[in-house]
Design a protein around this ligand. Structure first.
Ligand SMILES: [Zn+2]
Length: 396
């Protein structure tokens, strides 16, 4: 009889239950955190930091803490514990063999994946991971080997592969050059943390055009500056910013979720608008003059590349298109992949550990040709089959 070493599941965040009643909760979706839980926040997008409002001693990178505080002021005195990349996170100390580290995920400033080593097995939770060639990620993405991979699936479908970042950037610049020639302002609706700063940096690097930031984009961009990312921009409400808007030929960056037309567009209607989102690779956006698939997330081809580098033996998918990604991984990469769905009730041990998987035939490589050849390999179901997660941890 093999004993359960630990279990993990997705309920109000990603939870790991270790022996001795020790619990780790990552990116909780509720401000109510179990008393015995230690908490980590991977990055400063609002769908990941809910419990930072209420939980003392949440671990996160200093960049994530600063980006959180520039958006929200928690009531009372909440203490955060900054953690450097690649350093051991000191908690759950009663477990000798446990090693938890944050590693750069290349998604936005300070964003982290979580690498957990316990009883000589590695489990990697990617959280949100970035694509190639980002301009404003200070610490480039690190991709370690792991036995178990829990990967995000925001763009986890083969039809969501975008052109390269360089191609998208050139499309954006060409389109905005035409708008500016007409003495109009260009207004981008972009994610306020990540894509907004990418756009500022791109215009700073490649043009002389002046960038105006919406009141919600300005403080975020200032945190990027504080952490060493050089960005030049003017706040839309500053005197200088208003003057530039009146002149025309400005690049305006505002949060994507904002439906209200801000004052500076009302005052300066001479503009063309574009939305910036990875979904622009798949959908048309009627309310905008243009749409560009620039994203802070890895696209499908980049997710496949990431998986090949990690070379895991079993994969769990979560966030977004988790079912589609799991199917694609199982069919194309011949690695068993299971969607990790949010559970209403806390699962019991039997539910969480009875997970079958098939050991892959050989190590995968980044070589695309090799990947294509694997499409034709049959899924092998024979003596290598492991029936439970306990078996997985106990095997050599
Ligand atoms: Zn994110």
């Amino acid at each position: 009889m093999v004993s359960t070493i630990y279990k993990f599941y997705y309920k109000n965040g990603l939870q790991f239950d270790f022996p001795n009643n020790q619990r780790l909760l990552i990116d909780g979706k509720s401000s109510k955190v179990p008393l015995n839980a230690q908490t980590i926040v991977t990055h400063a997008h609002s769908d990941h930091f809910t419990f930072m409002y209420s939980t003392p001693n949440t671990r996160a990178t200093q960049e994530t803490i600063d980006l959180f505080l520039c958006q929200k002021k928690p009531s009372g005195s909440i203490k955060f514990e900054p953690v450097n990349f690649n350093e051991k996170v000191e908690f759950l100390s009663s477990l000798d063999d446990l090693d938890i580290r944050l590693i750069p995920s290349g998604h936005i400033l300070g964003s982290a994946s979580v690498l957990i080593s316990y009883k000589s097995k590695n489990i990697l939770f990617t959280s949100d991971i970035g694509g190639k060639g980002q301009l404003t990620v200070k610490d480039s993405m690190k991709v370690p080997k792991a036995d178990i991979l829990i990967i995000e699936a925001t763009f986890g479908s083969p039809e969501l592969s975008f052109p390269s970042r360089e191609e998208i950037s050139m499309d954006i610049l060409k389109w905005s050059a035409d708008v500016v020639k007409e003495k109009r302002n260009v207004v981008f609706f972009a994610g306020k943390i990540g894509s907004a700063q990418e756009l500022i940096k791109m215009y700073n690097n490649l043009t002389n055009l002046r960038v105006i930031t919406h009141g919600e984009v300005t403080p975020v961009s200032e945190v990027y500056q504080k952490h060493g990312i050089k960005l030049e921009f003017f706040d839309s409400k500053s005197e200088e910013g208003r003057e530039i808007l009146r002149d025309g030929e400005a690049i305006v960056i505002q949060p994507r979720g904002k439906k209200m037309v801000p004052f500076f567009i009302k005052e300066h209607v001479n503009c063309r608008s574009a939305i910036v989102t990875g979904m622009a690779s798949r959908f048309q956006y009627k309310d905008f003059d243009a749409a560009f698939p620039l994203s802070s997330h890895a696209n499908y081809a980049e997710l496949v590349d990431y998986i090949n580098t990690v070379s895991p033996e079993i994969i769990f998918t979560m966030y977004g298109l988790e079912k589609k990604l799991a199917n694609a991984i199982t069919n194309e990469l011949k690695i068993e992949a299971i969607p990790l769905r949010e559970k209403k009730e806390e699962p019991n041990i039997q539910q969480t550990t009875k997970i079958s998987y098939v050991k892959k035939e050989k190590s995968l490589t980044r070589d695309q040709q090799d990947f294509n050849q694997k499409k034709d390999l049959p899924l092998k179901k024979d003596s290598k089959k492991v029936t439970t997660l306990d078996d997985f941890f106990s095997k050599e």
